[in-house]
Design a protein around this ligand. Structure first.
Ligand code: ATP
Length: 255
C-alpha cells in the first residue's frame, strides 16, 4: 500500500513538479528538491506538519506564488481561453470562504462560471439546476452573513467548481468547521468531485480527512520533499485496513 517515493505514472500526469526549490526570505529552505506527480482525475491529499510548505505549494500551482528553481508542468490541465491563449485551468478554495458579502449565494457561485461548458459536459441546464443538484438551491438568495460556516464553505467550493476547472486546489477548506459539519462536507465534496471527475489536490492536517477523501496521500516532510506516497487509499477506508493505514501515516508524520 505504501511506497517510499512518488510511484511512476504511466499516463501523462495532470500535475508534474520537478526539482522544486523555494527559499524563504530569511534563507531557510522550504523545498530543496521536491518532485510530485498527480494523475488526471485523481484526488490527491497532501499532508504535512505545520510550516512544511503545503500552502505555498498549492499557491505555486495556482500561479499565486513562484519557485526559485524547478519546473511545474500543468500542460495536461491547461485550456485555450476565448483569446486562444492556453492557460492552466485551476481554481482554489481557501480556509476562509472569501465570499463577496454584497452578493447572494447565487451571485457568488455564478462569478466567473462558464455554465455553457458545464451544460455541454454535465447536462446541467443552468445555474439553478447546478445549485439544486449540489444541494444549495435553498440558500440561493441568502447573503454570506446569513450562512453558517459549513454553508459558506459549501458555496466557496461550488463557486470554484462552477468555473469547471481541470484542477481544483483545496487549502484546508474544512479546518474551521465543527466535526459533524466537517464530516458532512467531506461526504458532499467526495460526491461532487467524483461526479465531475476533477483532478483535485487537498491540503490538510487531518489524517482521517485524508483517508476519507484521498485516492493517494502524500506526506510533505519537514525537510521539504514528498517522501512518502500512499496509493489505493480508497481500498483502505474501512475497518482494520483504515486503522492500519492511519497508524502508519501517523508514525511517519511524527518522524
Ligand atoms: N512570502 C513569504 N515570506 C516569508 N515567509 C513565508 C512566505 N511564504 C511562506 N512563508 C513561510 O513558509 C513556511 C511555510 O508556510 P506554508 O503556509 O506554506 O506552510 P504549511 O505547511 O501550509 O503550514 P500550515 O499547515 O501551518 O498552514 C511558514 O513558516 C511561512 O511563514
Amino acid at each position: 500500500m505504501s511506497a517510499p517515493v512518488t510511484p511512476p505514472v504511466t499516463v501523462a500526469p495532470a500535475v508534474r513538479i520537478d526539482g522544486a526549490r523555494r527559499t524563504l526570505p530569511d534563507g531557510r529552505p522550504l523545498f530543496a528538491d521536491l518532485d510530485l506527480e498527480v494523475r488526471e482525475g485523481a484526488f490527491f491529499v497532501l499532508l504535512g506538519p505545520s510550516g512544511s510548505g503545503k500552502s505555498t505549494l498549492l499557491r505555486v500551482l495556482a500561479g499565486l506564488d513562484q519557485l526559485d528553481d524547478g519546473t511545474v508542468d500543468l500542460a495536461a490541465v491547461s485550456e485555450a481561453d476565448g483569446a486562444g491563449r492556453v492557460r492552466p485551468s485551476v481554481a482554489m478554495v481557501f480556509q476562509d470562504p472569501l465570499l463577496y458579502p454584497w452578493l447572494t449565494v447565487r451571485e457568488n457561485v455564478a462569478l466567473g462560471s462558464r455554465f455553457r461548458s458545464t451544460r455541454e459536459r454535465h447536462g446541467h441546464s443552468d445555474l439553478q439546476e447546478m445549485l439544486e443538484h449540489f444541494r444549495l438551491d435553498h440558500l440561493a438568495d441568502a447573503y454570506p452573513d446569513e450562512l453558517s460556516g459549513g454553508q459558506a464553505q459549501r458555496v466557496a467550493v461550488m463557486r470554484a467548481v462552477g468555473v469547471r476547472p481541470r484542477l481544483l486546489l483545496l487549502d484546508e477548506p474544512f479546518s474551521a468547521l465543527d466535526p459533524a459539519t466537517r464530516a458532512d462536507l467531506q461526504q458532499w465534496l467526495a460526491g461532487v468531485v467524483a461526479e465531475l471527475g476533477t483532478t483535485t489536490i487537498l491540503v490538510t492536517h487531518d489524517v482521517d480527512e485524508a483517508i476519507t477523501l484521498g485516492g493517494r496521500i502524500g506526506l510533505l516532510s519537514g525537510s521539504g520533499v514528498v517522501d512518502r506516497v500512499w496509493t489505493d487509499v480508497d481500498r483502505a477506508r474501512e475497518g482494520s485496513a483504515r486503522t492500519a493505514l492511519r497508524t502508519e501515516i501517523l508514525s511517519e508524520y511524527r518522524r
